[in-house]
Design a protein around this ligand. Structure first.
Ligand code: P6P
Length: 340
C-alpha cells in the first residue's frame, strides 16, 4: 500500500535542519515565521476585492512609487512577524526608507537580519494578476546587541537563505537554505504549506524570454540584438522562443524557473541601473536560480558578487537558464567590444 505522506513546511524545515550540524533552530524558526506572515498576507490578497485595501494608499515610498494599501499591509505583517520572532535583529523593506532595528531583549540577541519586498508586483494588485513576497536572510556581521547597515549591505553570496511566496492560482512558498530549492503549496483546507515541488532544477536550455519590450528604444543595441536573436527562426535552437511577460518579477521568475527561460530587466537610458532592487529582488532570486542550476548577472558580473553600497540600490538583471543568460551576455559583451 502506497501512503503518500504530506510533508508540511514545518516538518521539512525541521528535517533539513539536521543537514546543518550546528543549527540551533533559529533559522528554522525564522523560516516558519515568514511562512506565517505569508499566510496572513495571502488571506488578504485572496479577498482584496472585498475589503477596502484596493487602490492607492494616497502616498508613495522612497522610490516615488504609489504605495497600494496591500503593500502597507504586507509590510506590516512581515515586520510584525519578524519582530515577535525573536530570531531577527532587524529588517530592510522596500516600503521602509531605512533599516528597522528591533530593540526588544530577544531580538537584540538574534543573529539574522531579513531584507524583503513585502508585495512585489503592486501594479497588478487591482487587476487580479499574481503578485508575491520576496525575502533574503543574512547572518549579522556586528556582534550581539549591535545592528546597523553593515549587517545588511552584504553581497548576495553571503546569503544564508532566500525565497519568495507567489500569490497566484495557488499560493506557493519557494525557498533555499543553500541545499537545493524546494516549493510548498498552501493547502487552504489545513492552512499548511505542503511540499509539492521537491528539489527544483531549472531547465538548462530555456525556450522563454521575458522582457518589457516597450523599452526597446531605451535598451542598449546589445540587448536589442539578443531580443532579435530570441525572435529569429532557427529550428535547431528551438527559435523563435516564446515571449511571456507578466510584470511581476516573482511570477515571471517562477514560470521560467519551472519551464526554463530568461527574465531580463536591463539598464535603460532612463534607468541606467535598471529598476529592480539588488538587496530584496535581484539577490534572493539570483541565490535561488544558482541553487536550481541557473545563472544571474547584471550584464557584466555575477549578481551575487556585487558589493552593495546602498540599501535600495538598483541593478540590471539577466536571470534564468544558463544557456540563455550566457547567450545574452555574448550579445551585450559583443556590443561593448564593438564600441572599444
Ligand atoms: P515594468 C513590479 O512593479 C516590479 O518591481 C517587478 O515585480 C517587475 O518585474 C517590474 O517591476 C516590472 O516593471 O517597468 O516592466 O512595469
Amino acid at each position: 500500500m502506497v501512503i503518500n505522506k504530506v510533508i508540511t513546511l514545518n516538518e521539512f524545515i525541521l528535517e533539513t535542519q539536521k543537514d546543518f550540524p550546528y543549527a540551533s533552530g533559529e533559522l528554522s524558526g525564522l523560516l516558519g515565521d515568514i511562512a506565517f506572515a505569508a499566510k496572513l498576507i495571502n488571506r488578504s490578497v485572496n479577498k482584496a476585492g472585498l475589503i477596502d485595501i484596493l487602490g492607492n494608499a494616497g502616498n508613495s515610498n522612497i522610490h516615488g512609487e504609489e504605495v497600494k494599501k496591500l503593500d502597507i499591509y504586507a509590510h506590516e505583517q512581515m515586520t510584525n512577524c519578524l519582530r515577535v520572532s525573536g530570531e531577527c535583529a532587524g529588517i530592510a523593506s522596500e516600503e521602509a526608507d531605512g533599516i528597522v532595528v528591533f530593540d526588544d531583549e530577544r531580538s537584540r540577541k538574534a543573529q539574522y537580519v531579513v531584507c524583503f519586498d513585502p508585495l512585489d508586483g503592486s501594479s497588478n494588485i487591482d487587476v487580479n494578476i499574481s503578485i508575491g513576497t520576496i525575502f533574503a536572510i543574512y547572518r549579522k556581521i556586528n556582534p550581539v546587541g549591535i545592528c546597523d547597515e553593515l549587517d545588511f549591505l552584504q553581497p548576495g553570496k553571503q546569503l544564508v537563505a532566500a525565497g519568495y511566496v507567489i500569490y497566484g492560482s495557488s499560493t506557493m512558498m519557494v525557498y533555499s537554505t543553500g541545499n537545493g530549492v524546494n516549493g510548498f503549496t498552501l493547502d487552504p483546507s489545513i492552512g499548511e504549506f505542503c511540499l509539492s515541488h521537491p528539489n527544483i532544477q531549472t531547465p538548462p536550455k530555456g525556450s522563454i524570454y521575458s522582457v518589457n519590450e516597450s523599452y526597446w528604444n531605451k535598451f542598449s543595441p546589445g540587448v536589442n540584438n539578443f531580443i532579435r536573436y530570441c525572435k529569429d527562426n532557427d529550428k535547431a535552437t528551438g527559435r523563435p522562443f516564446n515571449s511571456r511577460y507578466i510584470g511581476t518579477l516573482v511570477s515571471d521568475f517562477h514560470r521560467n524557473l519551472i519551464k526554463g527561460g530568461i527574465f531580463m530587466y536591463p539598464a535603460t537610458t532612463s534607468h541606467p541601473n535598471g529598476k529592480l532592487r539588488l538587496m530584496y529582488e535581484c539577490n534572493p532570486m539570483a541565490f535561488l536560480v544558482e541553487k536550481a542550476g541557473g545563472m544571474a548577472t547584471d550584464g557584466a558580473q555575477r549578481i551575487l558578487d556585487i558589493q552593495p553600497t546602498a540599501l535600495h540600490q538598483r541593478s540590471p538583471l539577466f536571470i534564468g537558464a544558463t544557456d540563455l543568460v550566457r547567450k545574452a551576455m555574448e550579445f551585450v559583451y559583443e556590443e561593448q567590444y564593438a564600441a572599444l
